[in-house]
Design a binder for this molecule. Structure first.
Ligand code: ADP
Ligand code: MG
Length: 486
């Protein structure tokens, strides 16, 4: 299978603008740099099969042997590749990725019909180091598209652990070390969008693979599960589907909330689930909510879902966001001032995916224009992202922050107690709610234990007065306000 990667005899007359010799060295340099950047394993898995086919109108034509590989490379390395080509091949503006089997041997290996049926269900085993074709691609584009390939970036190594996710992480580690252990089966991970559920599932799969490259692990989204099951129903082929499913050692179904309300599929899922658990196989599931809060699923399934361990990925904290950014900036090998990372961690609080997106854009920008990233340029580059994350403050946020500041219990915000120690902070919270939200006085009153709007008005006036008379108090209120606004 091995051919000299730098054999350019096939370039022929297409290589018009640059001498073939120069092209060959440039291409070798690009490959070398990519290899350095992404590491050996990733390079061998995804990039090694790239062939420079020629250049045309300022575009480098690069081929890959399968559509799957081509799409993968385009989606994951496309930008980087383009930048490298622009840097290393004078006059080149872009890159076109094509599907073409440069090597007949590789093309043959990619015939879907060759893959045994039962295996077409599994995430294919990791390629042995000497094998250039990633196994995922060797099933061809049509072979097993409903089983998602594992993302090589989603490993335990790249998962940053902090308070909000340490429990889920520990459970995932445990399952990766000893699958199907009593008490940890099924493992049910839940949490909001972009908090790392899929990342953790892939990480478990990679870790299991490391221990045993041939372990049959099936990872799929609940949607794909459904789609596949319905297709099997249509073609009267459910037996085969069931046999395939039950032949795995580890079954991972991601985003279970999408399975809801589809009676047939739920039924099938339930039986598969029971059969696998009874046979001592590990099941790992994820959803956006806890099993008890998933609506539209049958009670018996709900009960089984919670029978193992249920681990919550909490919303990220500022500290976790900052650590993630630091880790990712470090991996990207780009110098980003700490103040810029702090800005992102503060402003983009919703989910890690958006945080990553912002960071990637900064990195790409810096590389494209060769300008350093600064506290001045970053907000410009990210203007649209930052705007869309301009968080609307809620009265709850304000109550929480004020309670925290005065070291009182949150429930006191709505309590009837009138002692000075709770009444003053409560007034400050009402004042800030009026200043920082669009809520009306009656609306604010309701959030403070159903108080009358005149009470809120009184609080607003009182705090305003006090701030004028007492500089220290004014400073305090301003400080809380600042903390809320950043
Ligand atoms: P979910 O499946 O919960 O919606 P993902 O697992 O797809 O979220 O995570 C979204 C993105 O954020 C991924 O690129 C993932 O690598 C990244 N991510 C999430 N949490 C972490 C973390 N703790 N450390 C590093 N990257 C993370
Ligand atoms: Mg996910």
């Amino acid at each position: 299978m091995e051919t000299a990667p730098d054999d350019f005899s096939h370039l022929g007359a297409e290589a018009v603008s640059v001498a073939a010799g120069d092209l060959s060295t440039a291409w070798a340099r690009i490959r070398g740099r990519l290899r350095q950047e992404v590491g050996d394993v990733e390079y061998r898995t995804w990039l090694r099969q790239m062939t420079l086919q020629g250049v045309e109108d300022g575009t480098a034509l690069i081929s890959l042997p399968t559509r799957f590989l081509r799409d993968w490379v385009r989606d994951h390395y496309g930008d980087r590749l383009r930048l490298l080509v622009q840097a290393e091949m004078p006059g080149m503006r872009g890159v076109e990725l094509r599907v073409a089997s440069a090597r007949p041997a590789a093309a043959e290996a990619a015939t879907p019909a060759e893959a045994p049926l039962a295996e077409s269900l599994l995430v294919p085993p990791a390629p042995p180091p000497a094998m250039a074709v990633p196994a995922a691609a060797s099933n061809g584009a049509g072979g097993n598209e409903w089983v998602a390939p594992l993302d090589p970036r989603y490993t335990f190594d790249t998962f940053v652990v902090g308070k909000p996710n340490e429990f889920a992480h520990a459970c995932a580690r445990r399952v990766a070390e000893a699958p199907a252990m009593a008490g940890f089966n099924p493992l049910f991970l839940y949490g909001g969008v972009g908090l790392g559920k899929t990342h953790l599932m892939h990480a478990i799969a990679w870790a299991l693979r490391e221990g045993n490259p041939h372990l049959p692990v099936a990872y799929m989204s609940a949607e794909k599960f459904m789609y596949r099951f319905i297709a099997a129903l249509r073609s009267h082929n459910t037996t085969e589907f069931k046999t395939q499913l039950r032949s795995v050692q580890v079954l991972m179904v991601d985003d279970l909330q999408f399975l809801i309300g589809k009676d047939n599929t739920q039924e099938e899922f339930f039986h598969t689930f029971n059969a696998l658990i009874d046979a001592g196989k590990q099941i790992i599931l994820s959803a956006d909510k806890a099993p008890t809060d998933l609506s539209g699923i049958e009670d018996r399934l709900r009960t089984r879902l919670s029978a193992g361990i249920v681990a919550d990925l909490h919303a990220t904290t500022y500290e976790l966001r900052l650590s993630i950014l630091q880790a990712k900036a470090h991996d990207a090998g780009v110098e980003i001032p700490p103040r810029v990372l702090e800005l992102l961690a503060r402003k983009i609080a919703s989910n890690v995916r958006d945080l990553e997106g912002a960071l990637n854009r900064l990195v790409a920008h810096a590389q494209l224009f060769g300008r350093p990233i600064t506290l001045e340029t970053a907000p410009e580059v990210l203007a649209d992202i930052l705007r869309s994350h301009d968080r609307k403050l809620s009265i709850d946020d304000i109550q929480r922050k004020v309670a925290e500041h005065y070291n009182m219990r949150l429930t006191e915000m709505a309590s009837a107690r009138r002692s000075r120690a709770v009444a003053r902070p409560r007034q400050v919270a009402m004042y800030l709610s009026k200043q920082l939200t669009q809520r009306s006085l009656p609306e604010i009153g309701r959030k403070f234990g159903n108080r009358d709007h005149t009470t809120v008005l009184h609080a607003v006036n009182k705090v305003t007065e006090l701030m004028e008379a007492d500089a220290a108090f004014a400073e305090e209120v301003t400080l809380i306000r600042k903390m809320l606004e950043t």
